[in-house]
Design a protein around this ligand. Sequence first.
Ligand code: DX5
Ligand code: ZN
Length: 222
Amino acid sequence: MKLIAPSILSADFARLGEEIKAVEAAGADWIHVDVMDGHFVPNITIGPLIVEAVRSVTSLPIDVHLMIENPDNYIPAFARAGAAWISVQTEASVHLNRSVQLIKECGAKAGVVLNPTTPIQALEWIIDAIDYVLIMSVNPGFGGQAFIPNSLDKISALRQVIQTKNLKTLIQVDGGVNEKTIADIAAAGVDIFVAGSAIFGSNDYRKTISSFRAKINKQAQF
Ligand code: DX5
Ligand code: ZN
């Protein structure tokens, strides 16, 4: 399963409904929503109200990436708002197992996110309990940053762990995914490709998503 998840962080927020419908029509698989609190990351973005609005304009699964402190305080509200997939940053969750359980109790699929310098060993005692791992390939907080090259080795190493343990855990990548980087990222073994500026900054969403898909399929070996 290879999925493309446009991040609405780079959408035109004055026309958010139209933007979401446009990427859905262009072939997107998920809608990725970046939630930032101004504490865990230096930026502030979206709350459950916006997720509810997104839910009302699309039938695609909504994937909420929580870049916030105290995520347990907000997971239920995002699930109620319509998030089908919810991920928390390892660095922001003091009781990661509890956060993951809470996401599942709320009826959503659970993901854990690793910052660029957080080792995959941080997943050792949680990986068999989660649905997906999100590898941050930029420092979280902003769209349009350059892909950090050593993320490729990290993805390959994680793919190895998942294969060895015979798990179904999906690997998601987020940050700096574009026409130039996507082939190598796909070859490293990613399942879900988040892209913000490369999709919403392009003139033709359909063309961009199709070209991403072609590049992914050419590399797909997992
Ligand atoms: C960054 C966010 C990303 C961001 C990616 O903190 O988690 O989802 O939107 O943006 P691009 O694809 O422009 O690097
Ligand atoms: Zn994100």
